[in-house]
Ligand binder design. Structure first.
Ligand code: FAD
Length: 473
């Protein structure tokens, strides 16, 4: 009798987008024996010499992402993750530029891990090169057809921009097709025309500008600041962050409302003055010239959220995953982690359904919806935490109690701090984490009220004692 893997060989999967999520999806389907073809708009990065294909963004890979990589191939996960830099906490930089304060992320020294996005993408593409997956670069998805047909296979039409050929349209048919073509997904656009799909898109009033701290060429360490922390300069309305790279440099990102950056007009001097006042230590490390160059020449990114539902089409032969299905703001460091988790969840369904892909696509939408909505909201809310709350006394007090209960009360009350659930406990779905957090928040609120009441009573008792002494004199 043929094995499940042998059976899968006869099923063709076409995936659009060789970004992080599309690459991992291709590897995951190939590992299960499916016949996989991957299409990508960009040229093969191996053939592009003097141009960086993707913008320089550092990502924090955490448990959900790592679990998915390991699920697909544990050895591959080790190879890919060999180059990460662990970050065990946030390092908060104050306005004077002289004080830094470490705030641990985990209860027991757990870390999230810094890695360059294009480097990670290249690693996954290298893994693909060593597999049976067919890859077509320079292929831009233009159209999807046969989406409502029960008899015909879904058809994808691409504009082939390979330099070797004249641009021409090419069509391919597959048993199943997957859109992993990111924020402005053409796949999603085509899919929603053929079915009843809800889509919401919301721009967030926030821009980001990529900056960089060079490596240290003089001291003992190649890093100017501690590489094992995610550095944050929280200034309420705006903030700066920095994540370490293997070569000793840091990729830094300045986030602000558009009105802040636009208030400088075209004057890089004004921007530098603002930067020097708000981030004096970062200013020293980056240097005036580099900042001016970044302000004048670097593109400013915009942030938006996209939510779609359902993720599959009615006949269960097309599906969207990753940013194409759930674009979120980057403040919880979960966009890619969640996209990788999409793949693990889908693969587990395919296993459960004995390789039945249609049924798995349908079940996937239902299973995933609440979790994806939840993490989009958490990501947005976390901006406030990163840019403001981390400097607030009450927040830090609550965090201490939260961590203490997590460390010592886990067995007894099943207490797990929210950050731990999201970043280090991929076995807890996002929506379940929020439910657990709600219960814990009630208890923390009671402790906070109790502490305030305690302080008031203590103060009142002291005052009464004082007056009592006075009246007895
Ligand atoms: P993409 O990476 O966008 O890939 C889509 C691919 O599809 C691209 O290669 C594109 O060229 C291709 N494509 C597009 N259109 C077509 C077409 N018509 N035909 C063919 N191919 C097409 N996530 C984290 O988990 N942790 C972090 O710390 C983190 N930090 C972030 C910081 C910033 C500033 C930003 C902006 C994002 C961050 N993210 C983070 C989010 C993360 O980058 C994304 O969630 C992730 O890259 C999504 O991967 P994807 O494969 O779904 O989409």
């Amino acid at each position: 009798m043929a094995s499940a893997k042998e059976d899968n060989k006869h099923q063709g999967i076409g995936i659009v987008g060789a970004g992080l999520v599309g690459c991992l999806a291709a590897l995951a389907f190939a590992a299960k024996g499916f016949s996989v073809t991957l299409f990508e708009l960009r040229p093969d990065p191996k053939e592009v010499t003097n141009e960086k294909n993707l913008r320089s963004i550092n990502l924090a890979v955490s448990d959900r992402g790592i679990r998915a990589l390991k699920y697909v191939d544990a050895e591959m996960a080790d190879r890919v993750l060999e180059h990460v830099i662990p970050m065990t906490g946030r390092m908060i930089h104050d306005l004077s530029g002289k004080k830094q304060e470490s705030q641990a992320y985990g209860l027991f020294g757990e870390s999230i891990n810094s890695i360059d996005r294009s480097f990670l993408n290249d690693c996954l593409l290298d893994e693909i090169r060593h597999s049976d997956i067919n890859v077509h670069f320079n292929h831009k998805l233009i159209r999807l057809d046969n989406l409502s047909s029960e008899e015909k296979s879904p058809k994808m039409t691409f504009l082939d921009n390979s330099e070797s050929t004249e641009s021409k349209m090419k069509s391919y048919e597959f048993d199943y097709i997957i859109g992993a073509d990111g924020a402005h997904s053409q796949f999603r656009y085509q899919l929603q025309k053929s079915m009843r799909m809800n889509i919401s898109q919301e721009y967030i009033d926030m821009q980001y500008l990529e900056l960089s701290i060079p490596s240290n060429t003089k001291g003992d360490s190649k890093f100017h600041i501690d590489p094992n922390h995610l550095h944050i300069w929280p200034r309420h309305e705006f903030m700066l962050i920095a994540l370490a790279n293997e070569d000793g440099s840091f990729t830094s990102t300045f986030f602000s409302p558009w009105s802040v950056i636009e208030s400088f007009g075209t004057s890089s001097d004004k921007f530098v003055e603002f930067f020097k006042y708000n981030f004096p230590d970062a200013f020293e490390l980056m240097g005036e010239e580099k900042l001016k160059y970044a302000f004048e020449s670097q593109p400013r990114g915009s942030l938006m959220q996209v939510n779609a539902y359902p993720y599959h089409n009615p006949n269960g032969r097309a599906l969207i995953i990753g940013d194409a299905a759930h674009l979120m703001v980057p403040f919880y460091g979960q966009g890619m982690n969640c996209g990788f988790e999409d793949i693990r969840v889908l693969m587990e369904l395919i296993d459960k359904n004995n390789g039945e892909v249609s049924e798995s696509f349908k079940q996937y939408s239902e299973l995933r919806a609440e979790d994806l909505k939840t993490i989009s909201k958490l990501a947005l809310d976390n901006y406030h935490e990163m840019s403001s709350k981390v400097t607030n006394g009450w927040y830090l007090f609550r965090k201490k109690i939260d961590n203490m209960l997590g460390r010592y009360g886990n067995g007894l009350f099943q207490w797990i701090p929210m950050y731990t659930m999201i970043s280090f406990r991929g076995d807890i779905p996002y929506s379940k984490a929020v439910k657990i957090e709600k219960r814990q928040t009630k208890i923390l609120n009671a402790i906070e009220v109790g502490t305030i009441a305690g302080f008031i009573l203590f103060g009142a008792a002291k005052l009464a004692q004082h007056y009592h002494k006075l009246s007895n004199k």
